[in-house]
Write a protein of this length. Structure first.
Lengths: 188, 188
DNA sequence: CTCTTTGATAACTGATCGGTAAACTTAATA
DNA sequence: TATTAAGTTTACCGATCAGTTATCAAAGAG
C-alpha cells in the first residue's frame, strides 16, 4: 500500500538512535530530525519501544544483506568469504559516523533478558551464526560450528574495539587470527 | 581522611549504573537506592558526569585487580595465565547479575570520541592491552603484540556474546581459539 | 564551648520525558 | 460528491530529568 512515511520514519529513526543512543533520543528529537509529527509517529507505532523494534528489524535486514553480499563480492570460495568478512568489517569501521553495532548497544541499554528489544538483538546474532556456520561447513573445516563461533567472537571483539579505539585496525588483526584458526581446523 | 560516605556512594552508584544503564539511571533513583541525599551527592560531585567518571575509575581498579589476580591464581606460567584469562571470564559470565562490560556500555552511551567518559573507557582497554602484551612477551611468543591484540579481541567478543546469549559458553570457545592462536605463534 | 564540617530533608527550578487530544488539511477512493 | 485515511499543528498531561536553595541536626576539633 503506502510504503512512504512509515518507512521514512523508521529509516530516519535508525540514524538518530544509532548516533545518539536509544534512551538518550527522545521522541521530540525524532520529530525535529525526521520532520514527521509526533501524532503521525504514534499512529504508526503505539510506543517508543515498538518503533525501536521496527528500527532493529530494518537494521537486521540492512546489515545482513550488506555483509553477506560484500563477502560474496570479495571472494568466491566459502573459506575466502569467511576471511573476506573481516575486510568488509574493515570497510565499515572506516566509514564516517561508525559507532559500533546497533544490536550490542540495544542489548546493553535494554538488559532484561526477557525484554523484547534484548531478545530481538540476540535473534540477529543467532541468524548470523547460522549463516557463518553454513559457510564453515561448505569450507569443509574440521569443526565448522566451533570455527564459526570463534570467527564471530573475533567479529564482535573487532566491532567493539574499533569503536572504542577509533581505528579500523582490529579488522586486520581479526583477519590474521581467523586465518590461523581456520588453518588449525583445516579441511577434513 | 574520611573514606566512608563518598566511597559508599561510588560503590552503590556503580551497581545501579551497571544494572540499569547510565542514562536510564536518574539521580533521584540513586538517592533511593543508596540512601544518600542528593545534596550530599552534589557536594562530592559537581555533575552526574563526574560521578560516572568516579564510578569508572573504581570499576577499572576493581576489574583489573580481580582479573590479574585470578589469572595468577589459576596458572603460574605467562602462557598459562593468558589461557587462564578465559577461565576467569567464564566465572564472571556465570555470576548472577552479569550484564557485560561496563566500559563497553559506557562508551556506547557516550559515543562522542572526545567525551571524557568515552576517553576513560578507552583508557581502561589500553591498560589491559599493556598488561596482556607483557605476558605475551614473557611467554616468548613469536609476535607478542599481535597475539595480545588477538586474545583481547576474543575477550571482548566473549564478553558481548555471553551477555547477549545469556550463556558462559563463549569463554570456553574463546579459550580454545586462544590456545590455537598461541600455538600458531609459538615460542621463538 | 564554640566553630566548622558533614550530612539529611524537602521544596523547588526549568527542561524534557513518553504519550494524548482536538481541530484541521490534503488527497485518494467509492 | 461524500467518505475515509494520512498527515499536519498546537497545546497539553503527569512524571521525571539534572541540579539548586534553604534550613536544620550532629559531631569532631580548636
Amino acid at each position: 500500500m503506502r510504503p512512504t512515511k512509515r518507512d521514512e520514519l523508521v529509516q530516519k529513526a535508525l540514524k538518530a538512535f544509532y548516533q545518539n543512543g536509544f534512551t538518550a533520543t527522545g521522541m521530540d528529537m525524532l520529530v525535529k530530525e525526521t520532520g514527521i509529527s509526533k501524532t503521525s509517529m504514534y499512529k504508526h507505532f503505539r510506543t517508543k519501544e515498538d518503533l525501536i523494534l521496527a528500527v532493529l528489524r530494518l537494521r537486521d535486514e540492512q546489515f545482513r544483506n550488506w555483509l553477506f553480499r560484500r563477502m560474496e563480492e570479495l571472494a568466491d570460495t566459502p573459506a575466502g568469504q569467511l576471511l573476506a568478512m573481516f575486510d568488509a568489517l574493515g570497510e565499515w569501521f572506516s566509514e564516517d559516523g561508525y559507532k559500533g553495532c546497533m544490536f550490542i548497544k540495544a542489548s546493553s541499554e535494554f538488559q532484561d533478558r526477557d525484554h523484547p528489544i534484548h531478545k530481538q538483538s540476540a535473534e540477529h546474532k543467532r541468524i548470523l551464526e547460522t549463516h557463518i556456520t553454513r559457510l564453515a561447513t561448505d569450507a569443509q573445516l574440521a569443526n565448522p560450528a566451533l570455527v564459526a563461533r570463534q570467527l564471530l567472537l573475533l567479529k564482535e571483539g573487532a566491532i567493539v574495539t574499533a569503536h572504542l579505539a577509533h581505528t579500523e585496525a582490529p579488522a586486520a588483526d581479526a583477519k590474521v587470527a581467523a586465518a590461523q584458526l581456520m588453518a588449525a581446523n583445516a579441511s577434513v
